[in-house]
Ligand binder design. Structure first.
Ligand code: C2E
Ligand code: MG
Ligand code: MG
Ligand code: MG
Length: 280
């Protein structure tokens, strides 16, 4: 739903739409309050080395437990934050939380998602720098994940912003590769430091050899550019094996762990490999 909004299609008057608009407005007001009062929390999903199955990184993911309503999915509240100009504040709040948390895991990298709206804001790089300074975070441990949207629409400005971010020392990953129009051309043009294969490409592996060939070709192209590859949404051992054989160097998905509280990451780290048994 999120990405297909605003197509500008004409629709006849529908009283239901007023109700939806009202609900959406209330959601936006609540989100604003939630960000300001610290109700946004952050969970962490482990990312493992595809060969050793040891945790090498975590991805920070925002969570919102809306008062009186229960949890709201990021696919719902992130687009609202983007449309209402709250994304800058929300994004920086997540980055701040996560950078503080990383003191417990000095050997891990941190991935944080960045929306096009944040990236577009000229003050963004300065805000990121401030978070690093305030939390003592080494920017070289941080990977910012972005989808191709902004790179397609404003390639020059995107390249400029990327350059400024890189000067801080952070790395940039192209998220959700294979979900949209992502082309390997972008990887090279913008010099991404990592490619994240979208869950849809991983799920497709269950469908047969054509999907496996496509995956292999995609990973091979990234590797020919010396760009390391993480696969997302890995749920089965068969997928993990196929991904490792295709040359993915890192894996992420429910097979290894769902997004969770920091204490759960501590537990997984104590166990070493996740899951305990490494696929043959
Ligand atoms: P993403 O960055 O591609 O994150 C991966 C999403 O896939 C997460 O959903 C994660 O929980 C889910 N996932 C991971 N492994 C599996 C698996 O094995 N199976 C399945 N079915 N799902 C898996 P989540 O947490 O609901 O977040 C959805 C999207 O919302 C994220 O996609 C990201 O684009 C956005 N998002 C989340 N937190 C933030 C944030 O702090 N800032 C921004 N700008 N966007 C965020
Ligand atoms: Mg991501
Ligand atoms: Mg993704
Ligand atoms: Mg996504």
């Amino acid at each position: 739903r999120s990405k297909d909004n605003g197509r500008g299609c004409w629709t006849p008057y529908d009283p239901q739409m007023d109700i939806e608009r009202e609900e959406r407005h209330q959601l936006e007001l609540d989100l604003r309050t939630a960000i300001q009062s610290g109700e946004i929390t952050v969970v962490y999903q482990p990312v493992v080395n595809a060969n050793s199955f040891e945790i090498v990184s975590v991805e920070a993911l925002a969570r919102w437990n809306r008062k009186g309503h229960g949890p709201v999915a990021p696919d719902v509240f992130i687009p609202i934050a983007e449309a209402s100009g709250l994304i800058d504040e929300l994004g920086i709040c997540v980055l701040h939380h996560a950078c503080r948390q990383m003191h417990d895991w000095p050997d891990l990298r941190l991935s944080v998602n960045i929306s096009p709206g944040q990236f577009r804001d000229p003050a963004f790089v300065g805000h990121v720098e401030t978070v690093f300074r305030e939390t003592g975070m080494d920017p070289r441990r941080v990977v910012l994940e972005m989808t191709e949207t902004y790179f397609i629409h404003s390639p020059e400005r995107a390249a400029q912003a990327l350059k400024r971010l890189r000067r801080l020392g952070v790395r940039i990953a192209l998220d959700d590769f294979g979900a949209g129009f992502s082309s390997v051309g972008y990887l090279r043009q913008f010099g991404f430091d990592r490619m994240k294969i979208d869950r849809s490409m991983v799920t497709a592996l269950d469908g047969g050899p054509k999907a496996v060939e496509m995956l292999q070709a995609t990973v091979a192209l990234a590797r020919s550019l010396d760009i390391p590859v993480t696969a997302e949404g890995v749920e089965t051992e068969a997928q993990a094996v196929a991904l490792r054989l295709a040359g993915c160097d890192e894996l992420q998905g429910y097979l290894f762990g769902r997004p969770c509280e920091p204490a759960e990451i501590d537990r997984l780290r104590c166990r070493g490999q996740v899951p305990a048994r490494r696929p043959a």
